[in-house]
Design a protein around this ligand. Structure first.
Ligand code: BGC
Length: 768
């Protein structure tokens, strides 16, 4: 991909400048070599227990399921290397004082937290940011999030989540960049740069690439379930964003929960050592997912906790998140010689190095007086609103229903998400994570519309019943939230009638619907993709009035839109757009922002199609042939909206797709160029997408693969020529027959256009 283009570069520079160093850290960065030297010297002074202590990450809070006791006693004994799930800065400082002043070697604690899409200013969920198809958006958001986190005492974030998600039933699709390895790799690199900066230092946050690896391929889309992924699919798809993040310098990885090809990832030597360290040369450390060392026994892989500790550490795991299995078992394993001193030292060293590089030994404490001012910086909210606007995807816009007129004065806003502050930011909001009060005051869609329309507009609101769910989510369970009862038939009829009456009185209806934020994320898979509750009935009632209905979606995965696609006038996918989300939705609905986001996933018609992804292989009888084809008896196998799809208030044309060289040798590269013209009347953003297909080779290759993209802004009538490269990086693949990465001679189809169904085509021949 071409990077650093004119306008985009300026946009990014402005965003980053706005949030330059806020921690005011005085200490200078030290080189990795110096950190290594100091870590080695420290290691020589440490007892076995102290070394194992660095490999233990303790829960910073006491809560059922997260840890029963405060870690104070372990900290003073030098048995805690890291603490997680703690955001109270006073408590962070208190624990740090214990470690630095009361433990024998004064080694500071590394505080880790899930700063996934913002700290107090919450950016759109990762799936939304990937929909921007603009890595500078991810980088700017994560840079600001990292600065906020560091100012609040968090030096390590469990981000980026780079799991490929090909199945919308899987609840964690919302946390990643979708189904594509090329787009996923670009977003992974951007996030690592955003958090860590050019190098780790006293002003940056250590990134943690998760969940290594294959977690998104869970059987049936059920979270935690086993994944069976052949090595070529792992290497060509699932591992690609992990490798990209590693190459971008990510300092830590997190092992996944599930069995990968029958070996749990947390005890998987092939993943943690052979691929990550031996092949890729990773020098950082790997933490398990929470309690995953203990659950090696649950999986039926380890016979007892000591066996679990042994299998994890010898597979290449450095740190045990929350289960204390290393603390209780590793010292004995070392003393008996089953785990060697050299193995133990190799596991501890990168943890200490990271602490030196992050400047923790020089500046272990948080300046409590500065935290609130940093987290409330207004430039964060301005950046959030811009990023949210860039992340939305216009799925339908019949009869130019959108943009809405600014003079509109009667509007009906319906749906349970219209004014829900707890849903608009999505999951993983730091300050609201464990049921604590969020200090964000997020702007709902209703509030955003009112602010845009002004006081003279008549806005009627019919929320309908709050979204209920059959099972409570994991966080609901931990915080004691009970699932809500389903509405009765009488309540349903009443809400539906109210929605209809409000629609009848209005010039336009905005339906804000989708899924509650707790319906996606961890342990939140779904067997159906229906709009939950009575939302569809309310939508049908509004449409029946004949008034234009605009559906604004807040959701963490594609939902079943077959009815809506046929009947509502316009559909805007807002995902969970974050703190300023409601304002950003209003910006798009009224045309102050022209939507340019594109889908990072194929949008299924129904859950029965899952897993569904555009980069599949050709079948024995592809679907477009007349008979005996690959399709369902009762449904097309094509998506409702293809990967890469999204509309704009203007239109674009792609022409003149040309290769600099129509034939190249296997070691060579060629430039590809294409002209993109704005053929409509409004300025807008196009995302140029480049796809390839290798026609024959030592293995069947996907029908299409994304190999380049660029988001660009064009004025009406303007044309830009984009250049991409096709060379070794883009043309090679790991063959299950040859077991190597190689470019194979043959013919490649090349397409450029607006989504994965682009038809503008040329051919590239690669010779020996
Ligand atoms: C999740 C991880 C997360 C960790 C720490 C686990 O349950 O799978 O994604 O980083 O908890 O909160």
């Amino acid at each position: 991909m071409r990077i650093g283009m004119g306008m985009k570069g300026i946009w990014m520079a402005g965003a980053l400048l706005a949030c330059a160093s806020v921690t005011g850290a005085q200490a200078a960065s030290i080189s990795h070599e110096e950190a290594h030297r100091r870590a080695e010297a420290l290691l020589k002074q440490m007892t076995v227990e102290e070394k194992v202590g660095q490999m233990n990450q303790s829960s910073g809070i006491t809560m059922p399921g997260l840890g029963g006791e405060k870690p104070d006693a372990l900290i003073t004994q030098g048995k805690v290397g890291s603490v997680l799930w703690l955001t109270d800065v006073k408590e962070i400082n208190r624990l740090q004082h214990l470690a630095v002043e009361r433990s024998r070697l004064h080694i500071p604690i590394l505080f880790g937290f899930d700063v996934i899409h913002g700290y107090r200013t919450i950016f759109p969920v990762p799936l939304a940011m990937a929909s921007s198809w603009d890595p500078t958006v991810e980088e700017a958001a994560q840079h600001l999030a990292g600065q906020d986190a560091r100012a609040a005492g968090i030096q390590w974030t469990f981000t980026p989540m780079v799991d490929i998600a090909r199945d919308a039933r899987w609840g964690r699709m919302v946390e990643g960049a979708g189904e594509d390895p090329y787009l996923g790799a670009a977003m992974a690199r951007a996030q690592v740069r955003g958090f860590q900066g050019a190098e780790l230092g006293p002003d940056s946050v250590l990134a943690c690439v998760k969940h290594y690896a294959g977690y998104g391929a869970a059987d049936g889309g059920r979270d935690y379930d086993s994944s069976y992924v052949p090595e070529d699919l792992l290497r060509n798809v699932y591992l690609v964003p992990f490798h990209a993040a590693e190459e971008a310098g990510a300092g830590s990885f997190m092992s996944a929960y599930m069995d990968l090809n029958d070996v749990p990832a947390t005890g998987n030597h092939w993943l943690l050592t052979e691929v990550l360290r031996d092949e890729w040369g990773f020098k950082g450390f790997v933490v398990s997912d929470a309690f995953a060392v203990a659950s090696l026994q649950t999986h039926g892989y380890a016979s007892d906790p000591q066996d679990a500790a042994y299998k994890a550490v010898t597979a290449g795991l450095n740190m045990d998140m929350a289960s204390l299995t290393f603390t209780h078992n590793l010292p004995a394993l070392v003393k008996s010689g089953k785990v060697t001193d050299a193995q133990l030292d190799a596991a501890v060293l990168p943890i200490l190095e990271a602490k030196y590089e992050l400047g923790l030994f020089d500046q272990p404490y948080v300046d409590e007086s500065k935290v609130d001012a940093t987290l409330s910086r207004p430039e964060g909210l301005a950046l959030e609103r811009r990023i949210a606007g860039r992340s939305m995807v216009l799925l339908k816009n019949s009869h130019r229903t959108l943009p809405l007129s600014a003079t509109l004065n009667k509007i009906a806003v319906i749906g349970p998400l219209a004014d829900s502050t707890k849903d608009i930011e999505g999951g993983w909001t730091v300050e609201g994570l464990f049921g604590g009060a969020s200090k964000n005051h997020p702007v709902t869609v209703l509030a955003g519309l009112k602010a845009k329309l002004g006081a003279q507009a008549q806005v009627s609101v019919v929320p309908g019943p709050a979204l209920s769910r059959v099972y409570p989510s994991m966080l609901d369970t931990m915080t004691g939230n009970k699932p809500l009862p389903q509405p009765t038939a009488a309540e349903t009829a009443d809400w539906v009638a109210k929605a209809k009456a409000a629609a009848q009185q209005a010039d336009v209806v905005v339906a804000v619907m989708g899924e509650g934020a707790n319906m996606s994320g961890e342990a939140a898979s779904r067997a159906t993709l229906d709009l939950p509750g009575i939302q569809l009935q309310m939508l049908e009632a509004a449409v029946e009035t004949g008034k234009p209905v605009v559906l604004v979606l807040e959701n963490g995965r594609p939902v079943d839109l077959r009815w809506a696609e046929e009947h509502v006038a316009a559909i805007l996918e807002a995902w969970y757009p974050g703190t300023e989300g409601g304002n950003a939705v209003a910006d798009v609905l009224f045309g102050d922002v022209n939507p340019g986001g594109k889908l990072p996933v194929s949008w299924p018609r129904s859950a029965g199609q899952e897993p569904l992804y555009y980069n599949h292989n050709l079948t024995h009888e592809p679907e477009d042939r007349p008979e005996f084809t690959s399709r369902y008896w009762d449904l097309s196998s094509k998506p409702l909206y293809p990967f890469g799809y999204g509309l704009s208030y203007t239109s674009f044309k792609f022409t003149n797709l040309k290769l600099a060289n129509k034939s190249i040798k296997t070691g060579e590269a060629t430039e590809v160029q294409v002209d993109v013209t704005n053929t409509g009347k409004a300025a807008g953003d196009a995302v140029a997408q480049l796809y390839i297909h290798q026609r024959a080779g030592s293995a069947s290759r996907p029908v299409r693969q994304l190999k380049g993209f660029e988001r660009l802004s064009l004025k009406p009538g303007e044309t830009q020529t984009l250049k991409f490269t096709l060379g070794k990086h883009e043309l090679s693949f790991w063959s299950p027959q040859t077991k190597v990465w190689a470019v194979e001679p043959g013919v490649f189809d090349v397409w450029a256009g607006e989504d994965s169904t682009a038809s503008l085509h040329t051919e590239l021949t690669v010779t020996e």
